[in-house]
Design a protein around this ligand. Structure first.
Ligand code: AR6
Length: 176
């Protein structure tokens, strides 16, 4: 199952490179210093150009679980939402991942955006298990779309590999 309706809104799963997404915003898997390193952040830095890091530098940083929004430079999306997921082993990881997801949805709503694409936050360099990430992020998004007043109509999960897509598909299928 690659799509789930939450009322009139949609959660969708796709496989691919998040920097190619044409959603209003894409979410970066960021660190608290907002220094764009490897993985998703590296792809955003390379394809988006220097303005995104420059804007991050002006913001300076945010807490783990936080999310800040910048322009998207040369990317197809209009905004990048930099969500700081937990590093595995630092403690309280599930709650921090939930917060990072929820804060991203709040930033998108504040800008009246209709669509946003997420990567599997924390599951690369930060070492968070993918199945646990899928359950937490999908549940947080579904509850947000169901309960909060939001302009968002579609939330996409853009998964890098086929195996990641399978893991998210399974978690989406197991949701109430
Ligand atoms: N599109 C979609 N997903 C991707 C892409 C892409 N282009 N590239 C990687 N992934 P990661 P983290 C997947 O490491 O674990 C950076 O240095 C990847 O397979 O990007 O939150 C930052 O600056 C994995 O499943 O993020 C931070 O310091 C998922 O995206 C730190 O890494 C997240 O992997 C953040 O680490």
């Amino acid at each position: 199952m690659d799509e789930k309706k939450v009322g009139t809104k949609t959660i969708r799963l796709v496989q691919g490179d998040i920097t190619e997404m044409e959603t209003d915003a894409i979410v970066n898997a960021a660190n608290a210093q907002l220094i764009l390193g490897g993985g998703v952040a590296g792809a955003i830095r390379t394809k988006g150009g220097p303005s995104i890091q420059e804007e991050c530098n002006r913001i300076g940083g945010t807490h783990v679980g936080g999310a800040v929004i910048t322009g998207a430079g040369n990317l197809k999306a209009r905004y990048v939402i930099h969500a700081v997921g937990p590093r595995m082993g630092e403690g309280d990881e599930d709650r921090k991942l939930e917060d990072a997801t929820r804060n991203s949805l709040l930033r998108a709503t504040e800008k009246s955006l209709e669509s946003v694409a997420f990567p599997a936050i924390s599951t690369g360099i930060f070492g968070f298990p993918k199945d646990r990430c899928a359950r937490i992020m999908l549940k947080t998004v579904a509850e947000f779309l169901k309960n909060e007043k939001t302009t968002l109509q579609e939330v996409v999960f853009c998964l890098w590999g086929e195996e990641d897509l399978r893991v998210f598909r399974k978690a989406l299928g197991e949701m109430d």
